[in-house]
Design a protein around this ligand. Structure first.
Ligand code: GLN
Ligand code: ZN
Length: 757
């Protein structure tokens, strides 16, 4: 049985690519050295895949910044501001991702979005009136040849035309329809040239096929590939899909003359059913993604082999693979030295997953010696992965409807809280964090290296809190925060203090550019050992008469930014997290904290890719989990939440159903369409649409903020509106954050006065 891998982590075992890129960008190493570092990582990956016996090995899965931006560059989907200074190759990629200062002044970087429902980001291509479609295969052919020179036969893999067009922002006169044929011709020419370089297989990745597709989308997909596939010559073409099933485009996929199709059998809940019910052409290779490419657990071989067995019963020729590129998992478990063998034997990172794919193929085809691998795997799965925490399981199992309902209802609470807090109209606040200054970072480092003790560290944090409370009082904010100086990360901070979490040493995965994150691992049942934030919040509140918000991270966000366990249902893991956060909420309330904010920054981003799955697979427990966190507080305790992106127009009702008292969200970029939907839907929750962009270093003027507030007041009743920035301030400098907040308070005051007149 053949085996295939769609993509492999490009960062290197020890994040070599990150360090090389940063070295190059700061002028410490030459372009040649950067290229050598990148080539060394690619060579190591290819050799590993070959030595592991993988039959179909990818090339061009590498990137210095974003594979979507690589495709955009190859196809000429580049806006004017980047075509001035003759930027090419890695320099163009860095410019697209970071912006640059060229002959015509500074150019803003492309905007960044999350790659489907993963935590990896891509750069959004822009196509303007000056964009010229090209068919540059320098990178793809270059990497293919580089592998061939090492004696390794690879298949170049590219982001396909359908996905590229769907992800591009068309800012000029032309749109998808106008450029579709020309784009397909360009892809066809790239394909023809790769075939000319003797590539046996070429893959086009089309994850956009797993979304809801309209009639037109399907027609577009078919039209594009009718053009592309005309020129395939001797090459065999792989259509690679991932992140779900391709239920909408099934007939088009089967009709088009692809030689191989990669399907996701892990996230694609309906994939097997589609194959069984609708049939799949027998003359094609079906690359079956049976190993989870997005989580870090070992695969149960019997399950994977059962799927492959069914495919062979159907008379199909299948290859074993992972559900998607392995770029979403860390490189290797071998880099972990601190975790116990009991834990590590359950881990499977990219290298281990490759070995699993090879073993599963052997098991499925009954290859000689494969019974040993199978019995070892069965032995592992016959043991217990985690020790149950019966109290937690019991608590989740016995949840009742009233645990999810806060009383009294919103309107009554709003009245009670308005009376309790006596805040002015348009109350001002911030999202929580203040700039993490060099001093804060140094402090954390000193604690880590043992240069200072915990007591000294805590005292220094207290001093920072005192200073920032003083600042907020001085400028006249209405609802204060403690600044979150003690947290380096809003998920890690809580994960480290909860039972059930593990932390890896080197479990880095790509986030954006060559930057990585190290997500916590939810290993077992989650519970709270003792109060986490109470002392800090109580201290901060003791310094002022104004309310200071208690700051927590919500269960869905903790879940979404971790590697979650997969041995119990998602809903149960989230409810365990919710119960832990609920305990903290109640302790904060008991300690006298009157306003508590529970951030659900990542709630929207994990919405299933298809509308019909939204409720059943996500919202039906994500939204109640928030209510579970908050339902136990008294009516006069005010619950806030925060969301980073305001693109939640299509789930407004669900957001209202969280039943928070106040929500803040990013709204200063973009067109404020969200306000229209809030208005249309009669949004009940009080709302703080961000009045300035914290991602930019610019200090907004009082006038600019007033304009923004006026826009908001056109749509929302003043009694419902809060005034705050878009998001936390931790990534800004104080020199930017402080004057911005002064202006924010001033703007709110002036608008209040205007309203009084
Ligand atoms: N309270 C957090 C902060 O201010 C929220 C961060 C976020 O939404 N990403 O930093
Ligand atoms: Zn945010």
């Amino acid at each position: 049985m053949l085996t295939s891998v769609a993509g492999f982590p490009r960062i290197g075992d020890r994040r070599e690519l990150k360090f090389a890129s940063e070295g190059y960008l700061s002028g410490k190493i030459s372009k040649d050295e950067l290229r050598k570092a990148a080539a060394a990582i690619r060579a190591q990956n290819w050799k590993f895949l070959k030595d592991s016996g993988i039959s179909l090995i990818p090339s061009n899965d590498f990137s210095f910044y974003s594979r979507v931006a690589d495709a955009a560059a190859a196809l000429g989907f580049i806006p004017e501001r980047f075509r001035e200074d003759g930027l090419t190759g890695e320099d163009l990629q860095f410019a697209l991702g970071r912006g640059f200062s060229g002959k015509n002044g500074p150019a803003e970087p492309l905007s960044m979005k999350k790659w489907f429902d993963t935590n990896l980001h891509y750069l959004v291509p822009e196509f303007d009136d000056t964009s010229v479609i090209t068919s540059d295969c320098t990178k793809a052919a270059g990497e293919f040849n580089e592998a061939r020179d090492l004696g390794i036969n690879t298949f170049p893999t590219l982001i396909g035309p359908f996905t590229l067009l769907k992800l591009t922002e068309f800012t000029g006169k032309r749109g998808i329809e106008d450029v579709a044929d020309e784009t397909a011709e360009a892809y066809a020419s790239i394909l023809a040239r790769l075939a000319g370089h003797f590539a046996e297989y070429v893959a086009f990745e089309e994850p956009s096929l797993v979304r809801d597709l309209t009639e037109e989308d399907r027609a577009l997909f078919e039209r594009l590939y009718n053009i592309v596939l005309k020129r395939k010559g001797s090459a065999k073409v792989i259509l690679q899909t991932y992140f779900g099933d391709v239920r909408d485009a099934w007939s088009e996929i089967c009709r088009l003359p692809f030689d191989a199709v990669g399907l996701d059998f892990v996230k694609g809940k309906k994939t097997l059913e589609l194959v069984e019910k609708n049939g799949f052409p027998r003359d094609r290779l079906l690359i079956a993604g049976v190993v989870d490419g997005r989580n870090i657990w070992r695969t149960r071989y019997d399950d994977a082999a059962a799927i492959l067995g069914k495919l062979s019963e159907l008379g199909l020729s299948a290859a074993a693979s992972a559900s998607c590129s392995l770029v979403h998992v860390p490189v290797t478990v071998k880099s972990e030295t601190k975790l116990s063998e009991d834990v590590l034997r359950w881990f499977s990172f990219a290298r281990e997953k490759v070995q699993e794919i090879a073993e599963i193929a052997a098991v499925a085809s009954g290859a000689e010696g494969s019974d040993k691998a199978l019995s070892a795997n069965r032995k592992l799965f016959a043991t217990e992965r985690v020790k149950r925490n019966d109290a937690v399981r019991q608590a989740v199992a016995s949840l009742k409807e009233e645990d999810f309902r806060r009383v009294p209802a919103f309107a009554e609470r709003e009245r009670i809280q308005k009376a309790r807090f006596g805040l002015p109209l348009l109350p001002t606040t911030t999202i929580g964090s203040f700039p993490q200054t060099a001093e804060v970072r140094a402090l954390r480092k000193k604690l880590r290296t043992g240069e200072i003790g915990k007591a000294e560290y805590d005292e220094s944090i207290k001093a920072l809190i005192k200073r920032i409370i003083g600042f907020q009082e001085e400028i006249g904010l209405d609802v204060l925060v403690h600044g979150e100086y003690e947290r380096n990360d809003m998920v890690e901070y809580f994960g480290e203090r909860l039972d059930g979490f593990l932390f890896t040493e080197n479990g880095w995965v790509l986030s954006y550019g060559t930057r990585c994150v190290k997500p916590p691992v939810i290993f077992g049942d989650v519970s709270r050992k003792s109060p986490i934030t109470v002392d800090t919040s109580v201290y901060a509140q003791s310094l002022t008469k104004k309310p200071v918000k208690g700051m927590l991270t919500g269960p869905v966000t903790i879940y979404n930014w971790s590697f979650p366990r997969n041995d119990i249902p998602e809903k149960e893991v989230i409810y365990e997290l919710a119960l832990a956060v609920r305990g903290e909420v109640l302790d904060l309330e008991k300690a006298g904290i009157s306003i508590i904010q529970i951030d659900e920054a990542a709630l929207k981003e994990k919405l299933p890719l298809r509308k019909e799955d939204w409720d059943r697979d996500y919202l039906s427990f994500a939204i109640p989990s928030f209510r579970l966190v908050t339902s136990g507080v008294r009516p006069e305790t005010q619950i806030h939440t925060h969301m980073c992106y305001s693109e939640f127009s299509d789930i407004i009702k669900s957001i209202d159903d969280m039943d928070a008292d106040v929500i803040s969200f990013e709204a200063s970029r973009g067109k404020l369409e969200i306000l229209d939907s809030l208005k249309e839907n009669n949004f009940r929750t009080e709302a703080g649409p961000g009045v300035y962009d914290i991602h930019s270093p610019l200090v907004p003027s009082v006038e600019e903020i007033k304009t923004r507030i006026r826009l908001i007041l056109e749509k929302l009743p003043a009694e419902k509106v809060w005034i705050n920035p878009d998001c936390g301030l931790k990534t800004r400098h104080e020199e930017e954050a402080f004057p911005s907040l002064r202006n924010l308070v001033e703007a709110a005051k002036e608008i209040r006065d205007e309203l009084k007149k």
